[in-house]
Design a protein. Structure first.
Lengths: 355, 156
């Protein structure tokens, strides 16, 4: 399960949490390469080698993997729904059209429940958010190592395939919603919006600074909570997949490959203890062999069996736990997509309501 | 957690997809769904209407049937009456005809009888005289007896 490159658990996790970044390194930046330290003469746009460089790029960088997956999944959504739209007719719907209509009706119902203004953008917006976020979250259910490992073989060093574990993506969408909130607040309420910001909750001119402060915080909290909620949930879910993978992948390695050498070298607690049991069993068999109670052939066989069983059990346990968490996670990803959509609709509804 | 250009990249992407969905996906699907909804509602209405029409037609048909039955019964009655009438007429006619024939026959018979009587009367005198001639053998005065016999014959 663990890719070949990352050596220890910490590195493995860090590797999993690093985006593929393309950005600008400033002039004079000391770049550590295999040939040694290289000092950049001018501003350079380049792929970052590792998390440190990505951080040093600062704002002028873009997460290539997040963007590609996000755009790709968004295009997938558009393509699939466009296909249904092309086939839409007033007869008896079947197959894919049926499914799409089910989703559309669901979204339409949810929007009609919580949005009372008249705006023909809100429902398509909700549909886009729901399906797109769901698809992005769905990437979390792919085995954590599958695509990164394949891409690593193809020469791509870093890859985060779940765009919604990237705060840039979730906050980007939340900011998009925020822009719409502001736009419609001004459009619908005009000066009423300013009044709302300055005259609530204390309706007195003397309290304007206090009101402004409180209302601004409340207003800003909306997009931030919206973006960070999705990010936090997906990040935590991803993290648990990674942790399960590390725990059991190491254990499997310990049993299979070297009877615990892996665990011994990199000092992992859990698999270390597990390795200890296997180690004691193996040494016990060897000791019995020395005493002449077990033949050499049998000793070798027994040792291999213990190692294989130890490794296999861990791999099986890891697989089961991944599966179990994935089952829970199906609920989480759907729920998060739904919450993001509903809150967007509610916020826009508030922007449309004149007090 | 680096916040960088990706944020704005995602905002632009988001705007594009929302625009795309609003332009090409949502209206098409929701319109076709609404149209279908209307179609189904119309269809159900039509079915209801058809059911009502059917009931109406059925009751109409029943009424018509009843009328037709009444009419038929009337016609049959009339026909029966007419038939009776015809039979009566025929009877009367037959009776009068029969009477007429009887009368004619009686008249004829009377005539025949009278003629026979005449004939008989004509011949009876001769026969009686011949008989009497034979019985008496002797010469009877034909003239004296002739009046007697004629008298007799006239009494017949």
């Amino acid at each position: 399960m663990a890719g070949g490159n990352p050596a220890s658990t910490t590195e493995y996790i860090q590797h999993h949490l690093t985006n593929l970044v393309y950005g600008k390194l400033p002039a004079g930046y000391e770049r550590t390469t295999e040939q040694g330290v290289e000092v950049l003469q001018a501003d350079t746009w380049t792929m970052a080698h590792g998390g440190q460089e990505a951080t040093d790029m600062g704002f002028w960088a873009i997460h290539v993997d997040s963007m590609i997956w996000s755009i790709g999944l968004g295009s997938l959504f558009c393509w699939m729904f466009l296909r249904a739209a092309k086939k839409a007719h007033t007869g008896v719907p079947a197959g894919w059209l049926n499914f799409v209509e089910m989703i559309v009706e669901f979204i339409d119902g949810a929007v009609k429940d919580s949005f009372h203004g008249r705006n023909k953008m809100v429902a398509p917006l909700a549909l886009t958010i729901f399906v797109w976020v769901f698809l992005m979250n769905l990437m979390d259910l792919l085995p954590v190592d599958l695509i990164p490992t394949l891409l690593m073989m193809a020469g791509v060093e870093y890859q985060k395939i779940v765009p919604s574990t990237d705060p840039n993506i979730t906050l980007g969408m939340a900011l998009g919603v925020f822009v719409l909130m502001l736009y419609y607040s001004f459009k619908i309420k005009g000066t009423g919006f300013v009044k709302e910001l300055t005259m609530h909750p204390f309706n007195h001119w003397g309290f304007i600074p206090v009101n402004l402060f409180m209302e601004t915080v409340g207003l800003l909290a909306k997009p931030f909570s919206l973006g960070l909620r999705l990010f936090g949930n997906m990040y935590a879910g991803e993290m648990i997949f990674i942790l399960i993978a590390t725990m059991f992948a190491a254990g499997a390695g310990a049993g299979f490959v070297s009877g615990g050498l892996h665990a011994e070298l990199f000092g992992e607690q859990t698999s270390g203890y597990f390795w200890l049991v296997i180690f004691l069993l193996v040494t016990g068999v060897c000791w019995l062999n020395l005493k002449g109670k077990v033949s050499t052939g049998k000793t070798v066989l027994l040792c291999m069996a213990f190692m294989a069983i130890g490794g296999g059990l861990f791999a099986l346990g890891g697989g089961l736990m991944q599966w179990g968490w994935a089952v829970f996670h199906i609920l989480v990803i759907t729920l998060q997509a739904f919450i993001f959509m509903v809150l967007t609709v509610v916020y826009l509804s508030m922007a449309h309501e004149d007090h | 957690m680096n916040i960088n250009l990706t944020l704005f990249g995602q905002m632009v992407t988001f705007a594009f997809f929302v625009w795309f969905c609003m332009k090409f996906v949502w209206p098409v699907i929701i319109d076709s769904m609404e149209e279908r909804q209307k179609k189904i509602a119309d269809g159900l209405d039509a079915a209801d209407r058809a059911l009502r029409d059917l009931e109406l037609a059925q009751s109409k048909a029943t009424d018509q049937m009843k009328d037709a039955k009444q009419e038929a019964a009337g016609i049959i009655d009339q026909a029966n009456k007419r038939a009776g009438q015809i039979v009566d007429e025929a009877k009367n006619q037959a009776r009068t005809e029969g009477d007429r024939i009887k009368v004619a026959a009686e008249a004829e018979i009377e005539q025949e009888m009278n003629r026979a009587k005449e004939e008989l009367r004509a011949s009876v005198a001769g026969l009686a005289l011949a008989g009497a001639e034979k019985v008496l053998e002797a010469s009877i005065d034909e003239k004296a007896n002739r009046t007697l016999v004629d008298k007799l014959a006239a009494q017949l």
